[in-house]
Design a protein around this ligand. Structure first.
Ligand SMILES: Cc1cc2nc3c(=O)[nH]c(=O)nc-3n(C[C@H](O)[C@H](O)[C@H](O)COP(=O)(O)OP(=O)(O)OC[C@H]3O[C@@H](n4cnc5c(N)ncnc54)[C@H](O)[C@@H]3O)c2cc1C
Length: 392
């Protein structure tokens, strides 16, 4: 892969809206990506392998538990800093950002928000340091967009719970030390259970042959009469809203992350368009190429403004689920469009692993589907503005 020459676009001087702490956190993550992630990511993606050697560094830049209090090992940052870290990681690769999003918002988040003090103390410091990796099991073979229909269930056996069922398409599953698993009790109520590697009957086979998020490891969570200790249930929230609230936080991170992927594609295409000559001039001098590049920076700038405002609302505790859906949907679609256009600007070189664009494009095909599909987020906005539920 070519050396990482990334220069972050900031067309509307959005840095002026950031605090010194935001910039420090963002620049630390940015430098780390350039130094440690960029040089190796293409090879790992080509081999379809998760670069485990990056885990310690991810913890050091605050990517694991960015907004979890320092008392539990987290970085104690605000929501904008969290978003900026996700942006920088996804500038490098959506798969690495996925690992961090899952660890922070889908594993540490529910343990912090719905767990008791013993659970917080037991799991959060290990997850923050990267000593443990977590996964989040909601999706099932028969229930993706409609997780409320889940079939995974547990029975109260007196001194333990007996868990049966399966989850699929689970990020980090094959390497996770603990899984936050959403399952129904005998009354059909959804609860979160902490299932640890080594529990008898719990297996995590890897999902192979992905063309997308190849540097992120994905798998199943299979529960065959797993005896889960009673102290492993998350006591402070139940019902479908419990996992959905976690997804809000992860989707918020994705909204920022997608901007990172778009910025990398735009920056690569811009540099290429100024250097590559055809018909005796740089291709960037042709109006058709300028249209592509001008539209890219316009869309990136709009997404940056949308997401910064969402971060302010989130810091104030005012961001709604529907607002987060809008940003996730808009920014991922924007990034996917930009990746496809940028690939064309590079001509044949656009499909080469010498450049990051094709990898971003393939990654974003997962990002547009997971954590609520493009369609589902549109329906959430539709419900929010009309009050009429198109899901039923
Ligand atoms: C790489 C990867 C990693 C993932 N990681 C995780 C993870 O860590 N944990 C986890 O729990 N899940 C994870 N997922 C699963 C992901 O969240 C689901 O794939 C997603 O929710 C969509 O579910 P589905 O694939 O079953 O699609 P389906 O729900 O079957 O949808 C298929 C199509 O139908 C459309 N559709 C569905 N319902 C409606 C409707 N009411 N109206 C109109 N159209 C509709 C959808 O938009 C989509 O286009 C991951 C997925 C991928 C690809």
């Amino acid at each position: 892969m070519k050396p990482d020459l990334f220069q972050a676009p900031d067309y509307y001087q959005l840095d002026d809206l950031l605090t010194d702490e935001h910039k420090l956190v963002r620049n630390t993550a940015r430098d780390w990506v350039k130094k440690y992630l960029s040089p190796i990511i293409e090879e790992y993606a080509q081999r379809s392998e998760f670069p485990k050697s990056l885990v310690g560094g991810l913890a050091e830049v605050g990517a694991f538990g960015s907004y979890i209090p320092e008392a539990y090992g987290g970085a104690g940052l605000d929501q904008i800093s969290y978003g900026l870290i996700m942006q920088e990681l996804e500038r490098g690769d959506s798969g690495i950002r996925s690992t961090a999003s899952v660890q922070t918002s889908l594993v540490m988040g529910p343990i912090y928000n719905y767990g008791n003090e013993e659970q917080r103390k037991k799991y959060l410091p290990k997850l923050a340091s990267g000593e443990w990796i977590g996964s989040f099991g909601l999706t099932e073979p028969n229930h993706g967009s409609n997780p409320g229909g889940m079939e995974t269930k547990f029975k109260d056996m007196g001194d333990h719970f007996l868990l049966n069922g399966s989850k699929m398409w689970i990020s980090n599953a094959p390497i996770c030390d603990v899984a936050v698993v959403w399952a129904k009790n005998e009354e059909g109520r959804i609860h979160g259970l902490l299932v640890e590697r080594g529990m008898k009957g719990f297996s995590t086979p890897e999902t192979k042959n992905k063309w997308s998020l190849r540097a992120s490891i994905t798998g199943e969570l299979i529960f065959d009469n797993v005896k889960v200790p009673k102290e492993n249930i998350l006591p402070n929230k139940s019902g479908l809203s419990a996992p959905l609230k976690c997804l809000d936080n992860a989707r918020y991170g994705i909204a920022w992350g997608a901007i990172g992927a778009a910025m990398d594609c735009y920056d690569t295409a811009l540099r290429y368009a100024k250097e590559r000559t055809q018909f005796g001039k740089p291709i960037g001098q042709f109006q058709l190429q300028q249209k592509k590049l001008a539209e890219m920076i316009t869309e990136i700038t709009k997404a940056q403004l949308l997401t910064w405002r969402l971060g302010v609302l989130k810091n104030e505790g005012k961001a709604t689920s529907a607002q987060i859906s809008m940003a996730k949907r808009n920014n991922v679609a924007m990034a996917l469009d930009i990746a496809r256009e940028a690939r064309q600007v590079l001509g044949a070189m656009g499909i080469s692993g010498e450049y990051s664009i094709m990898r971003h494009a393939m990654n974003l095909e997962s990002v547009v589907t997971y954590e609520g599909t493009h369609d589902v987020h549109l329906l959430i906005t539709g419900l929010d503005i009309t009050g009429l539920n198109a899901f039923k």
